[in-house]
Design a protein around this ligand. Structure first.
Ligand code: G
Ligand code: G
Ligand code: NA
Length: 256
C-alpha cells in the first residue's frame, strides 16, 4: 500500500505534524493540558485526517513510529512549558496494538527521561473499544504504564458495551465521555442522562471525568452543574498548530 511506504519518509520530511487541542478545568477554565492530534499534509492527496491513514499505518506495523513521533513532539512542548513555569500535560492517542507490545512501557519511560518530563504530565488515551476488545491481554502493559506514573485515559467512553464497573478492574485514571453524547446533551434527554451517569459513576470510582465535543455555553454549563472535571471542544478551541497554540496560550495567560 503506497501510502504506508511513504509514511516513514513523511515523518522525516515534516509532512506529518502534530496539532494540539486544549483541555480546561471546570469551572475554573484553567488550561490543564492538550490532546495531540496527528495531521499529514500529503504532497498529492493534500490534508489527510488520521482516520484516513492511521488504520493503514497500524496494519503495516508502523504504528510505533507514529506514536514515537507524536510522543516526542508532545513531550518537547511540555518541557518548553515547564521551562516557562507552566504545568500543562499532553495526551497522546495510542493504538491498541501498542498494548500487545511488552517493550512499549520501556519506550515511554525512555521518552519521559529523554525530555525531562515528569510522568504525571503525560496522558495516554486508549479507545474504549480497543481496551475492552481483550482486557486481559491489555492488562500487563496497562499495569506497567500505570506503574510509571503516567495518566491512563479511556477515550470515546459510552460508545462501546463495557460498564464502568468493569473499568474499575483496569488501572485507569480518566474517562473521556464520547463527543456524540456531549453534542446531543442539550436537546436529547437520553444523552443528558448518559453524560450525567458517566460523571457520577466515574467519580464514585475515583476517576477524572473529561467531556469532549463541548461546542457551546449550554453544554459547558450543564457539565459544570453535573460536576464534570474537564472540558475539551470547539467552545474552548479547535485543534491548533504548534504556533497557533502558543499564541492561544499567550492570550490566555496574559488576559488572566
Ligand atoms: O482531529 P481528529 O480528526 O484529529 O482525530 C480523529 C481520530 O484520530 C481521533 O479520534 C484520534 O483517536 C485519532 N488520532 C489522532 N491522532 C492520533 C495519533 O497520533 N495516534 C493514533 N493512534 N490515533 C490518533
Ligand atoms: O481522540 P478523539 O476521538 O477524542 O478525537 C477527537 C476528535 O474530535 C478530533 O477529530 C477532533 O478534531 C474532534 N473534535 C474536537 N472537538 C470537537 C468538538 O467540539 N466538536 C466536534 N464535532 N468534534 C470535535
Ligand atoms: Na483521543
Amino acid at each position: 500500500f503506497q501510502l504506508v511506504t511513504q509514511f516513514r519518509q513523511a515523518l522525516e520530511t515534516g509532512q506529518v505534524k502534530v496539532h494540539y487541542q486544549p483541555k480546561v478545568a471546570l469551572p475554573s477554565r484553567q488550561v490543564l493540558g492538550v490532546e495531540a492530534l496527528v495531521r499529514w499534509r500529503h504532497p498529492e492527496f493534500g490534508k489527510l485526517d488520521p482516520d484516513e491513514f492511521v488504520p493503514a499505518v497500524e496494519a503495516a506495523g508502523l504504528v510505533d513510529a507514529l506514536t514515537g513521533f507524536v510522543m516526542d513532539q508532545s513531550l518537547q512542548r511540555v518541557r518548553k512549558w515547564l521551562d516557562r513555569g507552566l504545568r500543562i500535560s499532553a495526551a497522546v492517542n495510542l493504538s491498541v496494538r501498542s498494548l500487545d507490545d511488552a517493550t512499549f512501557p520501556d519506550r515511554v519511560a525512555a521518552a519521559l527521561e529523554r525530555h525531562g518530563v515528569p510522568p504525571e504530565l503525560l496522558t495516554l488515551e486508549l479507545t474504549e473499544s480497543g481496551v475492552m476488545a481483550d482486557p486481559q491481554r491489555a492488562l500487563p502493559v496497562l499495569r506497567a504504564l500505570h506503574a510509571l506514573g503516567v495518566v491512563l485515559a479511556v477515550d470515546d467512553f459510552g460508545t462501546g458495551y463495557s460498564s464502568l464497573a468493569y473499568l474499575r478492574q483496569l488501572p485507569v485514571d480518566e474517562v473521556k465521555i464520547d463527543k456524540s453524547f456531549v453534542l446531543g446533551m442539550g436537546t436529547d434527554l437520553g444523552d443528558h442522562a448518559v453524560v450525567r451517569s458517566i460523571v457520577e459513576l466515574g467519580h464514585s470510582l475515583g476517576l477524572t471525568v473529561v467531556a469532549e465535543g463541548v461546542e457551546d455555553d449550554l453544554a459547558r454549563d450543564q457539565l459544570t452543574a453535573m460536576g464534570c472535571d474537564v472540558a475539551q471542544g470547539y467552545l474552548i478551541s479547535r485543534p491548533l498548530s504548534e504556533s497557533r497554540l502558543e499564541a492561544w496560550l499567550q492570550a490566555r495567560t496574559t488576559q488572566a
